[in-house]
Design a protein around this ligand. Structure first.
Ligand SMILES: NC(=O)c1ccc[n+]([C@@H]2O[C@H](COP(=O)([O-])OP(=O)(O)OC[C@H]3O[C@@H](n4cnc5c(N)ncnc54)[C@H](O)[C@@H]3O)[C@@H](O)[C@H]2O)c1
Ligand SMILES: C[C@@H](O)[C@H](N)C(=O)O
Length: 326
């Protein structure tokens, strides 16, 4: 269906993004299309895309739980790189453990087997949620105890270990980054513990009131979406021999709701913040890293973030302010 790409585009990887209609996938597709050509990047999901997404480049229905459907798409489109974004995040995962187990674990098995069979370069994101209460939390290094207490975290540790196992056992080119909580202006988070840090911007603009579901002093690692997507492309393009590991922490900033609210109030001084703690999310956040040690990523493939907290907040308001004026 998408075979009419130009000659120069044929030198590039042929990319498939699974779970691409969530918070991160559309932005990733935009970045990759700029780099590799519009028709070389196929966005996929089980949901119906909005018009602007559908018309911005190739989109296809892909259910990662349907092994044959996934394999057919990889074969028919001659996919060479796969970004596996489908998942149920931490809070929605706790609300539906059987579905999270299916999507995050069985789905990953399908993706791994197809990637190994067709010699794909495979990116699977992991998360700060892959650590737990017995991990060192301030800071959390790449290699330490990982005993998460959510199905999301358990499935992500499983993904890290399975990907690395397939790499060493079968030569699969598996690459994995542990993302912090990601903050974006033009896409909504999909039900995680860090969602408050996106919601505060929308509520500040719309109502001037924000009710936070975590305690004011809950410190978590966070990152602006542009940094996250830049890191993802960089680690996929890094020469294999520069990667001393296959799973890396990446970090940009760490803050508490109180610190974020203070920075937001520099732009919206009238913002009123109240706290109504969600026990499930609070317990999850209390077991996660407070600061992330990403020295190995910085050393091996030159990772460097661009956005700190003030820069992030200014960028979010510039974007949302423009949107509300248009
Ligand atoms: N957003 C963050 O803060 C963050 C942080 C760390 C890691 N990550 C990881 O990055 C990836 C993308 O995150 P996101 O925030 O865009 O997630 P999201 O929840 O917003 O989107 C996930 C997508 O997966 C799709 N999906 C669910 N079941 C599926 C199935 N059976 N087949 C195909 N697709 C299916 C959903 O429809 C959804 O569009 C995830 O793996 C997530 O764990 C995200
Ligand atoms: C941190 C991350 O994996 C996701 N945003 C969550 O809170 O579940």
């Amino acid at each position: 269906m998408w075979d009419s790409f130009s000659f120069s585009e044929s030198d590039h990887p042929r990319v498939l993004i699974t779970g691409g209609l969530g918070q991160l996938g559309v932005g990733l597709a935009k970045l990759l299309r700029k780099r590799f050509g519009r028709n070389n990047v196929i966005l996929s999901d089980i949901r119906k895309p909005a018009d602007n997404v559908f018309y911005s480049g190739p989109f296809i229905y892909t259910d990662i739980l349907d092994y044959k459907n996934l394999r057919e798409i990889v074969v028919n489109n001659r996919i060479t790189w796969l970004f596996h974004y489908s998942a149920l995040l931490s809070a929605v995962g706790e609300a539906n453990v059987p579905l999270a187990r299916a999507v995050n674990i069985t789905g990953l098995h399908n993706v791994l087997d197809i990637a190994a069979e067709h010699n794909l370069r495979l990116f699977v994101p992991s998360t700060i949620g892959a650590f737990g209460p017995t991990s060192p939390r301030d800071p959390t290094p790449d290699l330490c105890i990982q005993r998460p207490r959510t199905i999301y975290g358990v499935s992500k540790v499983h993904a890290e270990l399975m990907g690395e196992y397939y790499h060493y056992r079968y030569g699969l080119d598996f690459r994995c980054l542990r993302y912090p909580g990601i903050i974006s202006a033009d896409s909504q988070p999909g039900g995680g513990t860090t969602d408050y840090a996106v919601q505060i911007f929308h509520d500040a603009i719309k109502t001037g009131k924000f009710q936070c579901n975590l305690k004011p002093d809950t410190r978590l690692p966070m990152m602006y979406i542009d940094d996250c997507l830049k890191a993802t492309l960089e680690v996929m393009e890094a020469p294999s021999e520069t990667l001393s590991m296959r799973t890396y922490n990446i970090s940009a900033m760490s803050f508490t709701p109180e610190e974020l609210a203070q920075e937001v109030q520099k732009h919206v001084p009238e913002l009123q913040v109240t706290y109504k703690v969600d026990d499930v999310r609070q317990a999850i956040a209390d077991s996660w890293p407070m600061n992330f040690d990403d020295r190995n990523a910085r050393r091996d493939w030159g990772w460097k973030h661009d956005y700190d907290l003030p820069e992030l907040v200014t960028t979010m308001f510039n974007f949302l302010g423009e949107e509300s004026r248009s």
